[in-house]
Design a protein around this ligand. Structure first.
Ligand code: 5GP
Length: 122
């Protein structure tokens, strides 16, 4: 899948659309999800143009990979969920129910999150 540079997160990265910024560094941007599914629901995205984990794991540099993973840990700490526990989730493609075609990790926390995945729709 080719990268669509007009996807909503690309536009957030370019500053064309506002976001509730939580954290930013050379490699990553983190902001509150517009439709939170838990008391803490933050999205962490790489600054590079990657569609998903398929794309990122194949093409990203070591520095970009380390930068994104370190950002996940920093954001969890900053959001106050590190001690009690949290969940990182990245949806990939159709079966993964990915809606926005720019790699993102969801960070969920602030309550007991329950089972890892629910039943399939069909
Ligand atoms: P996906 O299903 O692709 O893993 O999740 C996409 C997430 O992006 C959803 O949780 C959705 O609420 C969030 N989202 C979609 N558009 C926007 C937006 O414009 N701003 C923010 N902050 N979150 C968004």
């Amino acid at each position: 899948m080719t990268y669509d540079s007009n996807n909503i997160f690309a536009r957030i990265l370019r500053g064309e659309i506002p976001c509730g910024k939580v954290y930013e560094d050379e490699f990553a941007l983190a902001f509150h999800d517009i439709n939170p599914q838990a008391p803490v629901h933050i999205l962490v995205i790489p600054k590079g143009a990657y569609v998903s984990m398929n794309d990122f794991s194949a093409r990203a540099s070591e520095a970009e990979i380390a930068g994104l993973i370190r950002a996940l840990g920093k954001v969890a700490e900053m959001a106050g969920v590190a001690a009690d526990g949290w969940r990182a989730l990245s949806n990939v493609g159709a079966n993964g129910h990915q809606e926005v075609p720019h790699l993102h990790f969801h960070i969920f926390g602030g309550r007991r999150l329950g089972a890892m995945i629910g039943k399939a729709d069909h």
